[in-house]
Every structure is written in structure tokens, then in C-alpha cells.
Write a protein that binds this ligand. Structure first.
Ligand code: NAD
Length: 435
């Protein structure tokens, strides 16, 4: 059967303008901080983005095309680093925006990496395991010249779990003709992964929140939490907070959610999800009722944890968001317009580039261990993650107070200062004028 070119077009959603908005935020931050215009000039667009159509053989013998991208946004602080997302709504604009955010996230976490990201327009639920393997390997084949431990390092993201990453790492080693574990992080332990990576993103956000407890007047014994998204990040976040006494009152996934003011046990909800495919129908401590994702976001709770997709809180619903604190575990769950209104209303948003930076922080440790050939135990990984999260959270909280900025602006400025230093270290106009 001939290739269905139409599939590629149909799977490619229109651009969302997110990168343009992020660029405007950056421009404002550069002006406010009096950062040299060279820095904005360098950061206003991605260094390079590749697009590829991945053509794979389906189990029924037909061929199908999938649109895919890989972006290296900026590599001043080191090789680009970022996940690969498999999702039907992935677009070029989204990938470039996510790479832009990764550039700042790596700087916020003080890692020797720049920002990158990749994605494939695909609904993985419609693929067999064999088709998913072919697609994962095809992605690496298409972008192999772009990838490398000192160039561009891949990682998991939405719907790219351990086995997908293992196929990708295996394919990269085949292509490069040698074991190259440090080109891809998030690998299974037996394949050069690190202890502590599975829950690292959630754990990082948990350390940040716990560090801010006093400042935010949060009492774990009484605080209530609603979690949108019950995949890797949402589940582990729920589990860690629940173990410390926080009451998880609502959980959702792509099919909808459940609410129980008496509390939900994340392990029991996950067990139910394993058995039935979703969280709906799971029972909590009291009268559990089903709610939609939109209703979950609007619940009256202390901490709302968006851990699914971007743009879940926008101008359309931000007036109905009742949570006092939003811990952004997903990337970009709050639109810039909604962010402004919520901040003006006094709600605290712990921004994604801080809250979910635990994943890339531990990925960095995986890269370090792969290169040195010496592997760490879980407690060493966790100690390092805790120290990093607390150090950067403290710096951002201080900036937030001293400069009277939102936590997001403070985090961007914190990262921007580091990126600016690395740009300026290569010479500024003042240097050249003086020579
Ligand atoms: P995942 O694929 O493991 O889980 C995603 C979850 O979101 C699933 O439970 C899915 O059902 C749910 N979901 C999808 N659409 C939804 C919708 N419309 N409403 C509610 N729930 C929905 O992904 P993950 O690794 O947990 O990543 C979640 C978010 O965290 C993403 O934004 C990702 O970019 C971000 N993130 C992940 C990592 C990581 O290490 N995994 C690191 C940094 C950021």
C-alpha cells in the first residue's frame, strides 16, 4: 500500500505560539535585569531543529508515516539535553518551546547542559508493541547524526517509558558501533540506568515543596492535594506526599478523575489503574466520586499538582482555580496570561523549571556514571538531588522576595544569569571594542 502522506498532515496540529510568548517573557526579563542584548539575540531562536518523517511497517504489512522533530535550542552551557515525547498533539512549536524551557531548567539546576527536546506525533495506544519498537528505533535512526553524549542527549518524556528508551539506546549503540550509554538517559537499570531515576522528577518537586513548607505555611498533617495526571510523575508525587501525611483528595488521568475529601491511597489507585486501565472507579477512604479533569483543577485544596499536559490552566478557567499553591510538575501547565492573573490573586506557583528539574538533575548523574563507569547507590543519588533542589529553591525563593517577583520570574532570572555568564564568557561588545 502506498505511503499515506495525509497521515502526516492530519497528525500535525497547528502552531500554538508558545515559543513567541516565552520569547516575550525572556525579553522582559533581559530588560529588567539589564542583561546584555547579545544574550537575548542568542536565545531568541533555537540553534537548530531537524524534522523527519518516520516511515514504519505496521503489523498488517502497511506503511505509516509519523511526523517527528528534534530541537537543540542552546548549547552554551554544554551538550543539549531533553526528552522525547510521543503524543498525538506534538507540534514543532511545542518541541521548540519545550527545548527553550529545558535550556532554562538545566541552568536553574546548574547542570553542564543546554536545552533540547524531541517528539513524534503519535498516539502510542494505537500501536502494537512491535510497531512501537520500530517507531522508537526509527526515531533514533533519523536523528542519529544530531545525537551524542557531547552533543545532544535524549531522555524520556510523555509516553516514552523505560522500554522505549532501552530500544532507543540500543539503536544508538548499533549505529555508533560501540556501547554509548551516555547518549540517552532514563535507561533501565540493567542497561546503564541510574538508581533513583524512576521517581526523580516527582522526588525533586517533593523536595522543593517540603523545603518551602514553612514559607508557604503548609502543614503536611492537614494539607490537601489534587493531582492531575497519574503517570510516572503524578503517581510518584502522590506516593511521596501521601507517605508524609498530605491528604491526596483527587487524582485523574486522561480518561477522567476521582475525588474523595477523606483521602485516596495512591498505591491502591495505581493498583486499580493496572487492573482496569484507568483511575476511574478506584475507591478512597470515604465517599469517592468521579470528576472530570476540569473539575479536578477547580477543587478547593492547598496544593494543585498538574502532572499531565501543558496549558491546562488558562484565562478560560484561572478565575475558578481555588488552590493556594500550584506545583507545576508538568511542563507549562499554566499559560502566561493565567500565570499573571493567579500571581496577582496571591496564589503561589512553583514553576516547572524548578519543580520538575529533579528528572534532569538525576539524568545528569546517569550521564556522569555512564562516563565514569562507576555506579552510585540510591541514597547517594537522593542526597545529591535533595541538596540540589534545596539550594536552587532557596536561591529562587530569596530572589522572589528580594525583587518582589513571581517565583516563575525569579526562576527564569536565576537561570538567565547563569546562561548570560556563559554567553558573556565568550566575549561581549565591550571586550571587542576594547581590543
Ligand atoms: P506519563 O506518560 O508517565 O503520564 C502522563 C499521565 O498524564 C498519564 O496518566 C495520562 O493518562 C495523563 N494524561 C494525559 N492526558 C491527560 C489529560 N488531558 N488530563 C489528565 N491527565 C492526562 O508522563 P510523565 O512522565 O508522568 O510526564 C508528565 C508531565 O511531566 C509531562 O508534562 C512531562 O513533560 C513532565 N515531565 C516529566 C519528566 C519525567 O521525568 N518523566 C520530567 C520533567 C517533566
Amino acid at each position: 500500500m502506498p505511503t499515506k502522506k495525509k497521515d502526516v498532515e492530519e497528525n500535525t496540529p497547528p502552531t500554538t505560539g508558545m515559543l513567541a510568548k516565552s520569547r516575550e517573557t525572556l525579553r522582559a526579563a533581559c530588560e529588567r535585569l539589564n542583561i546584555h542584548p547579545d544574550v537575548f539575540e542568542e536565545l531568541k531562536g533555537p540553534r537548530e531543529t531537524l524534522a523527519a518523517t518516520l516511515l514504519i511497517r505496521m503489523d498488517d504489512g502497511s506503511r505509516r508515516a509519523f511526523q517527528s522533530w528534534r530541537c537543540r535550542y542552546n548549547d552554551r552551557r554544554g551538550p543539549t539535553k531533553g526528552g522525547v515525547r510521543f503524543h498525538p498533539n506534538v507540534s514543532l512549536d511545542e518541541i521548540e518551546t519545550l527545548s527553550f524551557w529545558m535550556t532554562f531548567k538545566c541552568a536553574v539546576a546548574n547542570l553542564p547542559f543546554g536545552g533540547g527536546k524531541g517528539g513524534v506525533c503519535v498516539d502510542t495506544k494505537t500501536l502494537s508493541a512491535n510497531e512501537l519498537e520500530r517507531l522508537s528505533r526509527a526515531y533514533v535512526e533519523a536523528f542519529a547524526p544530531f545525537i551524542g553524549p557531547d552533543r545532544d542527549i535524549l531522555a524520556p518524556d510523555m509516553y516514552t517509558n523505560g522500554i522505549v528508551i532501552a530500544w532507543m539506546a540500543d539503536q544508538y549503540s548499533w549505529i555508533s558501533g560501540q556501547a554509548s550509554p551516555s547518549a540517552i538517559t532514563g535507561k533501565p537499570l540493567a542497561f546503564g540506568g541510574t538508581n533513583g531515576r524512576v521517581d526523580a522528577t516527582a522526588r525533586g518537586g517533593y523536595y522543593a515543596l517540603r523545603y518551602l513548607e514553612t514559607a508557604l505555611a503548609l502543614d503536611p498533617n492537614t494539607a490537601t492535594v489534587a493531582i492531575q495526571g497519574f503517570g510516572n510523575v503524578g503517581f510518584h508525587c502522590a506516593k511521596l506526599l501521601h507517605a508524609d501525611g498530605y491528604k491526596i483528595v483527587a487524582i485523574s488521568d486522561s480518561a477522567g478523575g476521582i475525588y474523595d475529601p477523606s483521602g485516596l491511597d495512591p498505591l491502591a489507585v495505581m493498583q486499580h489503574k493496572h487492573e482496569t486501565g484507568g483511575v476511574k472507579g478506584a475507591k478512597g477512604q470515604g465517599k469517592t466520586k468521579e470528576i472530570s479533569n476540569a473539575e479536578l483543577l477547580e477543587l478547593d485544596c492547598d496544593v494543585l499538582v498538574p502532572a499531565a499536559l501543558e496549558r491546562q490552566i488558562t484565562l478560560e478557567n484561572c478565575d475558578r482555580i481555588n488552590a493556594r499553591i500550584i506545583l507545576e510538575m508538568a511542563n507549562g501547565p499554566v499559560s502566561p496570561e493565567a500565570d499573571k492573573k493567579l500571581t496577582e490573586a496571591g496564589q503561589i506557583i512553583v514553576p516547572d523549571i524548578l519543580a520538575n528539574s529533579g528528572g534532569v538533575t538525576v539524568s545528569h548523574l546517569e550521564w556522569v556514571q555512564n562516563r565514569s563507569g562507576f555506579y552510585w547507590d540510591s541514597s547517594r543519588v537522593r542526597d545529591h538531588l535533595k541538596t540540589t533542589m534545596e539550594t536552587e529553591t532557596q536561591s529562587i525563593w530569596t530572589l522572589h522576595n528580594e525583587m518582589e517577583l513571581s517565583m516563575r520570574d525569579a526562576a527564569y532570572i536565576h537561570g538567565l544569569r547563569r546562561i548570560a555568564e556563559s554567553v558573556e564568557a565568550r566575549g561581549t561588545p565591550a571586550y571587542f571594542e576594547g581590543s
